[in-house]
Design a protein around this ligand. Structure first.
Ligand code: NZQ
Ligand code: ZN
Length: 393
């Protein structure tokens, strides 16, 4: 097991009607002027925003609201939100929504703490983050894990770059998880969320450190529970128990726990971000569309690890390591198809089969034109990324 430090301070407030505790939580963490951020309208239509306003008003908490965060959240919106939060004098940022809203809130929090720089500088690693205003979350979709994670992902729509920023300053103070708030989700968004949380654990599980019993077995349990309850929730989206398991798995999958003592890989995420940056597709879909190709590229050099995954997650007990490995990959793909997720570019709505020049350009961009490689389990450079994109095409 490698050395690690693990500090996940987010207070999780889980259960029915827990959004009613939001104002109380904000006060607990010292908030007195709240900047509330939400998305494109689902939280307004469901009545959640109305309940949030009542909750803040009853607690005598002044607030300002800004809606309109788009999926794959835009840098320009976050910049504007920083200005509005500053003008209002906010000392607490409340995100009501999914990963895109939460990541925008995290960007605003960083911008509020130091307005001497453009926030994108932090995402381009031109400066280290040295502070952030407190953020609280009312989660409406189990997916990104941003409600407890240390990262935030933004897209610069001008340069078409999608970049993540990891820092402990990104950890929200609290996360309200009421599984009932997910009942209005469109089926495709639920499937994207299930795919994303599974991938957060997969991207940590495929690691070169294979002597890590507790972390491995936690990861395997989390994946089995995502798959079991993903199947139930896909057919019965108002099943409270299934949605509860998914919501909790979504947070656990990306708070760091499922990778402690391991070197995380995350190349599938990096490959997927290029697709989202270029074609503005949903994050979960970008991952399922490249995973099969990545797994077929990575598995021949590590069949034992893929065989263990097949055995302990999918119950494949017969055959050689290579055979089990192939079965585990095939069962994962069958699960994505069951969820209605794309497993290659031609199945990706609005993308389709791409000319080779585009694949080259994405591989180049993913590797910052050769300035970096991605992955640790299976290190990828530009030719490797290009081959994976080709096989996914
Ligand atoms: O905008 P509204 O109208 O609210 O609709 C949203 C949006 O269209 C809808 N939605 C959310 N909750 C709903 C709902 N519709 C009806 N009922 C509800 N209860 O779902 C759509 C997608 O929302 P979004 O926030 O984009 O989804 P998700 O949570 O999957 O977040 C995706 C973003 O998070 C980033 C992704 O790259 C992507 O930009 N990620 C963030 C991470 C992090 N910060 O740790 C890690 C992840 O790997 C990921 O990269
Ligand atoms: Zn993800």
């Amino acid at each position: 097991m490698q050395s690690f430090e693990f500090h996940c301070p987010t207070e999780v407030v889980f259960g029915k009607s827990t959004e009613q505790k939001t104002a109380q939580e904000i006060k607990k963490f010292g908030g007195s002027r709240v900047f509330l951020i939400y998305g494109g309208g689902s939280a307004v239509h469901s009545g959640l925003i109305g309940r949030m306003k009542d909750n803040l008003r009853e607690a005598d908490l002044p607030y300002e609201m800004m809606g309109g965060v788009q999926p794959n959240p835009r840098l320009s919106f976050a910049r504007e939100a920083v200005k509005r939060a500053q003008t209002f004098g906010a000392d607490f940022i409340l995100a009501v929504g999914g990963g895109s809203v939460i990541d925008t809130a995290k960007a605003v929090a960083i911008g509020l703490a130091d307005d001497s720089r453009d926030i994108w500088d932090y995402w381009c690693k031109k400066a280290p983050v040295t502070g952030a205003a407190p953020v609280g979350v009312v989660l409406t979709i189990p997916a990104s894990g941003s409600e407890t994670s240390d990262s935030a992902v933004l897209t610069d729509e001008e340069s078409k770059r999608k970049r993540g920023l990891s820092t402990d300053f990104n950890r929200p103070r609290f996360a309200v998880l009421n599984p009932e708030l997910t009942y209005t989700l469109p089926p495709f968004q639920l499937s994207c969320g299930i795919t994303d949380m599974l991938m957060h654990t997969l991207d940590r599980y495929f690691t070169v450190d294979c002597n890590n019993q507790l972390t491995d077995e936690i990861a395997e349990a989390v994946m089995r529970i995502i798959i079991r309850n993903g199947q139930i929730a896909h057919c019965h989206p108002h099943d409270y128990d299934a949605m509860s398991e998914l919501m909790w798995c979504g947070s656990i999958s990306h708070n760091g726990l499922t990778g402690l003592g391991n070197e995380k890989d995350f190349s599938v995420h990096q490959l997927g971000h290029e697709l989202s940056a270029k074609f503005d597709i949903a994050h979960g879909a970008s991952l399922s569309a490249v995973w099969d190709s990545w797994a077929n590229y990575a598995s021949p050099s590590a069949p034992q690890r893929f065989a263990r995954y097949a055995e302990n997650v999918w119950g494949v007990h017969n055959g050689s390591d290579e055979e089990k490995s192939r079965s585990g990959i095939a069962l994962t793909i069958r699960f994505f198809r069951f969820l209605g997720m794309p497993t290659c570019f031609s199945e990706l709505q609005g993308v389709g089969i791409q000319p080779d020049a585009v694949l080259h350009q994405m591989a180049d961009s993913c590797m910052y034109s050769g300035k970096r490689t991605v992955g640790t389990f299976c290190k990828l450079d530009i030719p490797a990324a290009h081959e994976i994109y080709q096989n996914a095409n």
